[in-house]
Design a protein around this ligand. Structure first.
Ligand code: ATP
Ligand code: MG
Length: 746
């Protein structure tokens, strides 16, 4: 192999970067700001390990934050070292832990074909357990129980590690630990693990069986970890155990980009590094290669307001670049309109669509952008579009999961009556209690019940048919290709016909998605490989690049970069998110500010920040005021495009004292626009809101009006009852729909 030090991937690095790449032995921490080349250094170091013949690819473990990042790193590595890049253990904590668990599943009572259950299966399972335990699930929801268990797992707590005095256990009237215990037992019976279990089971395996840990010690000799600031306690413990022998561990991170505190990330892990590894070398990188001077200045001036930070210097030798565009808009619709206009202008000026991104604080913000982009034909993709979370995909996956593992109760319960085959709730609860009483799976309970007289003849016939089908498909698993089997399952079960028969606008799309699912399967060797992949990439971040504008959350954008970045919705309550502040106070606010820093530093050349005067939240229109983060941006780097020509008054516009409890004296652009219309004072502001409400409320619907509905098409309002409209659709006939789902046709 050629010497890596003659390779441009090495030559192009600056001196501290080189230092991090050259020092291969012992613990190393690279702690530095956004865009300073941490990920680049990590990849170069990986290449150097292989070039130097120090070790084999399969002796290296590299952890990235998302599957997408892993994929990108693998591609980069492949161009450097060729196909042997494929043998490096490269993936997220979850995917690597899933693999280790599969290799040792029986130790924790699972078999190697265990299923990784999805968050909503988790909630459904918890609901059953909580109901059995007579917990008021209105007061203590299964969803919050699942969050609590997730939190415990992130800290590495098993049920036995928890004490009654644990404050969290007041949840569910002191029954939470018991629910956790039952939940874990149920998961084992179901041969399933949830996300949090992957690492938790790994820790159990390592602590119960030092010999197994030893095996991994001699297998994995070098560790590389990106985005180290976002590791949580269990990930930290896992890494520490594994790397303990060789201590050849290199972590890179940035405390200012720690944005997963709400998921248990411990920025303190970075600070602990030097304590854990007293011989650690710490390298700081200060040169930012990504952004223009002004973008960097914006990022620096926002993050400087955080008290809890190590404080770093970030500089660039790039030009100042364009000013940052700060744009005010009336509402989300106008925001999408203005954004798309800018996108079109930039596109004409030579920027590529795939070099532009719209980064939102909350997932629901993407809707207006999507609608607008569809309307005017801007190609886009939503990262984390949750392809695998769509109803038809989940149904299809549930069928396949039962084929793979008949004891997957959650999957079987999901589709037992989809399409309808007369196996409704009465039947399922009967099977359910039988399964529970005899401590067997839902599938086995169905089989046993079929031999009794407990089921009505038609129910029996239908259930027998389904069970036989599953047995039959299961038998064929080894005989026919998994893609053919999937198609067969979906056809023979009547699932495809179920959508073909439903003649709605979106049934077509659903059938397309099912085809796409089978396409996706062809990239995998077998059904089990595919199902494992699915459960790990539920975040859908593996879409291919085809020249589209990216739409995603700020959280999903970590580590990425784009020529042009749009940051919409910079309004108090939305960003910073009120919920973060309510739940975590100052710490929550500081995490929001780090998110702003992450957002700003994704941009290489152009940055647009927008805020709206009105936002629809849970269907209600509310006036909003600009985010405090806007007031933290230095005015001289802004190109302001503020409605209402506030001109000389501008300073009062931004300089909001958020320590004051009252927000009097400050009005958003809604007020300014109303003021231009000759209405005065705070009433004008209110009036502006009321007007918006009227425009968007049901009052405007009258009998005889023509409307459009996304699914049913054009129709005529016949009558209305509250916000429910009775509409005679041209194609779909008469239907009752909620008024917010239809658009008025003028
Ligand atoms: P983040 O904190 O956002 O994850 P990072 O520190 O990982 O950022 P990289 O993504 O590795 O930074 O690098 C940012 C950009 O700077 C990339 O486009 C990278 O190729 C480029 N870059 C890094 N180092 C150099 C260098 N020495 N010379 C030229 N470009 C560089
Ligand atoms: Mg990075």
């Amino acid at each position: 192999m050629n010497n890596f030090y003659n390779h441009h991937a090495f030559i192009d690095l600056n001196p501290p970067q080189k230092e991090a790449v050259v020092n291969l032995e012992g613990p190393l921490l690279v702690l530095s700001g956004a865009g300073t080349g941490k990920t680049r250094v990590l990849t170069a170091r990986l290449a150097n390990l292989l070039f130097s013949n120090k070790t084999k690819p399969w002796n290296i473990l590299a952890v990235t934050f998302t599957n997408k990042a892993a994929k990108e790193m693998r591609i980069r590595l492949e161009t450097l070292i060729g196909p042997s890049a494929n043998s490096v253990w490269l993936g997220t904590f979850h995917s690597i832990a899933a693999r280790i668990l599969r290799e040792n599943a029986e130790i924790v009572g699972l078999s190697s074909n265990y299923t990784i259950i999805t968050p909503d299966d988790q909630v459904r399972l918890l609901k059953q357990i909580m109901l059995d335990d007579e917990i008021d699930i209105k007061k203590f929801t299964p969803k919050s129980m699942s969050n609590l268990i997730g939190k415990w797992k992130d800290k590495g707590y098993k049920p036995d590690d928890l004490k009654i005095s644990n404050i969290d256990d007041y949840f569910a009237n002191g029954k939470a630990i018991n629910v956790y215990k039952n939940y874990q037992m149920r998961l084992i019976t179901l041969n399933s693990a949830d996300f949090g279990d992957l690492l938790l089971h790994n820790l159990t395996i390592f602590s119960k069986h030092p010999d197994i840990l030893n095996q991994y010690h001699s297998k994995i000799l070098y560790f590389l970890v990106d985005e180290y600031q976002d590791t949580n306690t269990i990930q930290y413990l896992w890494l520490k155990l594994l790397a303990d022998k060789t201590k050849n561990i290199c972590c890179v991170g940035d405390d200012d980009q720690s944005i997963y505190g709400w998921r248990g990330a411990q920025v303190g892990n970075i600070l602990r590094f030097e304590k854990d590894y007293p011989l650690a070398k710490v390298i700081k990188l200060e040169e930012n290669y990504r952004s223009t001077g002004r973008i960097l200045e914006a990022a620096n001036s926002v993050i400087i307001n955080n008290k809890e930070r190590l404080g770093k210097n970030l500089k660039t030798s790039s030009k100042d670049g364009d000013k940052i565009d700060l744009i005010s808009v009336w509402d989300g619709m106008e925001e999408a309109k203005k954004t798309s206009l800018e996108i079109e202008n930039l596109y004409s000026a030579g920027f590529r669509h795939d070099q532009m991104a719209v980064l939102v604080r909350a997932g629901h913000q993407t809707r207006y952008f999507e609608e607008r982009f569809v309307d005017i034909g801007i190609p886009y993709k939503v990262i984390g579009a949750k392809f695998y979370e769509r109803m038809e995909i989940r149904d299809a996956l549930a069928y396949l999961r039962v084929v793979q593992q008949p004891n997957d109760d959650l999957a079987l319960e999901r589709i037992i009556n989809i399409p309808k085959r007369g196996l409704g709730t009465n039947t399922t609860s009967l099977i359910h209690s039988y399964a529970k009483k005899n401590n067997i799976s839902f599938f086995s309970a169905s089989q046993e019940l079929l031999m009794t007289d407990e089921l009505r003849p038609n129910v029996k016939r239908s259930l027998l048919n389904l069970i036989n089908q599953f047995l039959d498909w299961n038998n064929q698993k080894k005989e026919i290709a998994h893609t053919d089997l999937a198609l067969k399952v979906l056809e023979e079960s009547g699932y495809i016909a179920h959508w073909q028969n439903e003649k709605s606008l979106d049934s077509e799309g659903r059938l397309e998605n099912l085809k796409e699912l089978i396409n996706a399967m062809s990239g995998f060797e077998n059904l089990s490989g595919f199902l494992e992949h699915i459960s790990l990439v539920m975040d859908g971040d593996n879409t291919a690049d085809a020249g589209e504008v990216s739409l995603m959350t700020l959280h999903a954008a970590k580590g990425l970069e784009f020529d042009v970045v749009f940051l919409p919705g910079w309004e108090e309550g939305l960003f910073p998110s009120q919920r973060s502040i309510d739940e975590l106070g100052l710490a929550g606010l500081e995490e929001e500010r780090r998110l702003a820093y992450v957002g700003i530093t994704r941009a290489k050349q152009r940055l647009f920040i927008t805020f709206a005067a009105n936002r629809q939240i849970h269907g209600l229109w509310q006036g909003s005021i600009p985010s405090r983060f806007i007031s933290e941006l230095p005015r001289h780097i802004l190109n302001e495009n503020i409605e209402g020509n506030i001109g000389a008054d501008a300073s009062s516009y931004y300089q909001i004292d958020f320590d004051l409890s009252t927000k009097n004296g400050f009005y958003g652009p809604g007020f300014l626009r109303a003021k231009q219309n000759g209405i005065k004072g705070i009433n004008a502001y209110k009036k502006a809101h009321i007007d918006t409400k009227i425009i968007n409320s049901k009052i405007i619907f009258d009998n005889g009006q023509r409307v459009f509905h996304q699914k049913f098409g054009m129709g005529l309002i016949i009558s209305s009852d509250g916000d429910k409209l009775n509409i005679n659709f041209d194609k779909a006939g008469e239907k009752k729909v909620v008024s917010s789902f239809v658009k008025l046709i003028e």
